[in-house]
Write a protein that binds this ligand. Structure first.
Ligand SMILES: CC(C)(COP(=O)(O)OP(=O)(O)OC[C@H]1O[C@@H](n2cnc3c(N)ncnc32)[C@H](O)[C@@H]1OP(=O)(O)O)[C@@H](O)C(=O)NCCC(=O)NCCS
Length: 185
């Protein structure tokens, strides 16, 4: 299967933040930005895969700075990593104040998308052609995030299945901000 270079599916979305996007505090809703990021992730992933893609997980969602109404948000997306049927789209978001000419980085996150064929079954994705050291670094970083996520899932599955309310576990809570008020069932 022939691959596609990263540039083949790299895309940018630019959108003015209008008042209807604001929350009660007057800043742009995090959910509005998430929705834009999800659309961009779909565009980049589907272009690379040549197939319909669905979002399966999102890593590193952090809102580093608030986005104001009136700012112009730019979302830059590119495929960072390709597995067998999944791809990771990295998205960098910046917000620009046109009057002051200032631009700020508000977040970077990583969408894992899975390709689906016309039959609705998961589909194999073409390889990613890496043409720069930066693209290699992003691919390797995504591989590490995938490894850490898989280890985290395995750890939590084991933790949940072996969890007991024993004294050692409850002692871990002594410095936490919680009150134990368990009622007998
Ligand atoms: C995505 C989906 C098809 C995966 O199904 P599945 O049976 O787990 O598929 P597989 O086990 O063959 O995994 C396919 C790929 O997805 C990856 N994957 C599955 N679950 C994942 C998760 N939670 N996080 C990251 N990657 C995941 C696998 O690692 C695998 O990657 P690879 O092919 O590169 O090795 C299925 O979970 C689904 O349909 N989810 C709903 C997606 C959706 O509707 N999204 C819209 C948001 S509402």
């Amino acid at each position: 299967m022939d691959g596609h270079p990263v540039a083949y599916s790299r895309r940018v979305i630019t959108e003015l933040m209008v008042p209807s996007y604001a929350n009660f505090g007057g800043k742009v809703h995090g959910g509005t930005l998430m929705s834009l990021m999800d659309k961009l992730a779909y565009v980049c992933a589907s272009k690379h895969a040549g197939n319909y893609c669905v979002t399966v997980s999102v890593d590193n969602v952090q809102f580093l700075q608030p986005v104001e109404v009136g700012e112009v948000v730019s979302l830059m997306g590119s495929v960072n990593y390709v597995g067998r049927k999944s791809l990771v789209v990295g998205i960098k978001v910046t917000a620009e104040n046109l009057q002051e000419g200032m631009s700020k980085h508000t977040n970077t996150c990583y969408f894992t998308m899975v390709a689906k064929g016309a039959d609705g079954k998961t589909a194999t994705v073409p390889p990613l052609v890496l043409e720069s050291e930066e693209e290699v670094r992003r691919f390797c970083s995504a591989l590490q995030r995938r490894r850490i996520r898989e280890e985290g899932v395995a750890f939590m599955n084991h933790y949940k299945s072996s969890f007991t309310n024993d004294e050692a576990e409850l002692n871990l809570l002594s410095d936490e901000r919680c009150v134990l008020a368990i009622r007998p069932e």
